[in-house]
Ligand binder design. Structure first.
Ligand SMILES: [Zn+2]
Length: 582
């Protein structure tokens, strides 16, 4: 057998247009090429070659496949011969292995599933019973032409499928092994998929290995997948990866969506780097698979509560595999389908470009729900952020995450580090260094700038409440100074970009006075933290006689600070005292 990697490498290097062009006169139409079909001998340009997908398709006789299939169907080669022929043309040497190399024992299963896929696709096109399926696709803005290119199918009710397969000479035990039929309690056999719209699932060699069937009308489950078979391991494949793997390299990202329909929708809008898990949550194996194909994953799930839970679960799995993970959010009330219908593919691309880091997205949501406004809320927020910090196995990401969460939750970084990784904890130096200034933008700083941008009276109130040097993030300090001076035209390029993004963000649906109070308190608490640290140094160096007085002063500062922003220790104390539910 020829190794998979070589088969892939050869396929990718092949000049599909050139090779097919030797047999068919092709002309460019948009991003595809069209010509008369060499299989059914047509004269009209119904035969499409789609280089982006590495495939061909005839809209009349429905022959379809990749460069290997073309040689097999056109010149009657078997698969290994087709691979060797293409390899020869692209100049790749295929190692001849010594020893006996028999045919793949799973070959009958691949053949059975491919035969079934053809039959299901034909039902969707022609069968009167598939009218409901065709109507459904129409309602989702999928044309029959698009459905055919994506090889969608229809499984009728009843036993027509089983009869047809038997008529084609397929044995029941092969159909059983391929997961296409099931055995009933009474020993009789019945098709696995009945009354469903079928999405074929391909392996990385672009062979159909299984199906995912969506129910039409009422019934459970909504989606039914093929069972695990010798050729289909659900956890180790991703829907559409055979197409997306090529596109991810160019796009430098993969888009992960919830289901097959989202993949279809994005693919129709011109996004090829899209994959979906197969009906369950994202598995560790699937994340590892994705990691081999893209450095960055954008999660595009529903924005409802269930969708968000799924988003963050998938996010943690991906972080564990050292992927960069961000979350795209669609405008309220839109899904990828409606967004593309209403505002075009550009709106979707913008949403993908605007995606934010998965931890930042979590913080945004907790903030919006008011978690950071109260003491118990902050503790609960931390409990929700900790799994994501722990999932970040890459040390740099983890350190950035810890800094960010320490800041947003008002917790000391070293305390948070201990909480994240109790075993890795090393004792702190005897004397606390003064808190180092953060290099990350702070939420409080950001919120105050957004308030200022809303105009008077907020601009004046913020200027009155804080000084420019209390803004630690340099870009924000520049913006603050420009706003305080009412001279936004003075901004350099970086600051101007920050200015614009703050303006775009706006206050969302928060009350300005609540934001103002919380943010000013936070900056005030940060200033007090520094004073407390200084006081402690003073105490350490002071003669015994002064220590009592200085300690009292420090305690007064701490009380003041705690009123502004309760510290982690106090939270811990409250918890030990038996705060319910902790
Ligand atoms: Zn044809």
């Amino acid at each position: 057998m020829i190794p998979d990697e070589i088969i892939e490498q050869v396929r990718e290097s092949a000049d599909l247009i050139g090779i097919i062009g030797e047999h068919v006169e092709l002309r460019r139409t948009g991003s595809d090429f069209r010509g008369p079909c060499p299989f059914h001998g047509g004269t009209h340009r119904n035969f499409a070659v789609i280089p982006k997908k590495g495939m061909f398709y005839c809209f009349v006789c429905h022959e379809a496949g990749d460069v290997y299939t073309f040689f097999m169907k056109k010149l009657g080669m078997d698969y290994p011969t087709a691979v060797r022929e293409v390899a020869r043309r692209v100049g790749i040497t295929i190692p001849e292995r010594g020893g006996p190399t028999g045919p793949d024992p799973r070959e009958p299963l691949f053949a059975a599933v491919a035969t079934a896929a053809d039959w299901f696709a034909r039902q969707l096109r022609d069968s009167p019973e598939a009218e409901g399926a065709r109507k459904y696709l129409e309602s989702r803005h999928v044309t029959m032409e698009q459905a055919q290119i994506h090889a969608l199918g229809f499984a009728p009710r009843g036993t027509a499928f089983l009869d047809a397969m038997k008529g084609l000479g397929l044995r029941e035990e092969v159909l059983l092994d391929a997961g296409l039929i099931v055995k009933r309690d009474d020993g009789s056999k019945t098709p696995r998929f009945r009354g469903r719209l079928l999405f074929p699932i391909h392996d990385l060699r672009a062979r159909v290995v299984a199906f995912s069937g969506r129910i039409l009308g009422e019934g459970e489950p909504k989606y039914l997948n093929s069972p695990e078979t010798p050729i289909f391991h659900k956890g180790q494949l991703l829907y559409n990866l055979h197409v997306a793997r090529h596109a991810t390299r160019k796009a430098e990202r993969a888009i992960l969506v919830e289901g097959q329909f989202d993949v279809l929708r994005l693919s129709l809008a011109g996004f090829e780097e899209v994959v979906a898990p197969l009906g369950t949550g994202l598995t560790e194996d699937q994340a590892a698979l994705l990691q081999r194909h893209a450095p960055h994953v954008v999660l595009l799930y529903d924005s409802d509560d269930a969708g968000l839970r799924a988003t963050f679960r998938a996010g943690d799995v991906l972080l564990r595999h050292k992927l960069r993970v961000s979350v795209a959010t669609l405008p309220e009330g839109e899904d990828p389908d409606t967004l593309v219908q209403n505002k075009g593919a550009a709106a979707l691309e913008q949403a993908l470009k605007d995606s934010v880091d998965v931890l930042e997205r979590k913080i945004q949501i907790l903030e919006r729900k008011g978690f950071f406004g109260s003491l118990p809320g902050r503790r609960r927020a931390l409990d929700r952020l900790l799994p994501t910090i722990r999932a970040a196995t890459d040390p740099i990401s983890r350190d950035l995450y810890i800094s960010r969460v320490a800041e947003v939750a008002g917790v000391r970084k070293d305390v948070l580090e201990r909480e994240v990784d109790p075993k890795g904890f090393t004792a702190p130096p005897l004397r606390q260094p003064p808190p180092s200034s953060t290099v990350l933008p702070s939420n409080a700083e950001k919120s105050l700038l957004i308030l200022m941008l809303s105009g008077e009276p907020w601009r004046a109130r913020v200027v009155e409440a804080i000084d420019a040097d209390e803004i630690e993030f340099p870009v924000y300090r520049t913006v603050f100074e420009a706003l305080a001076d009412d001279a936004p035209d003075r901004l350099d390029e970086t600051a101007a970009r920050a200015y614009e993004s703050l303006q775009a963000e706006g206050l969302r649906d928060e009350q300005p006075d609540v934001v103002f109070g919380r943010s000013v308190n936070w900056l005030e608490a940060r200033r007090l933290d520094r004073e407390i640290a200084r006081k402690q140094q003073e105490i350490d160096l002071a003669p015994e006689a002064d220590k009592t007085r200085l300690t009292l002063e420090k305690r007064a500062l701490a009380n003041e600070r705690n009123a502004k922003r309760p510290s982690w220790k106090i939270l811990e104390h409250a918890r030990r005292k038996g705060a319910p539910g902790s």
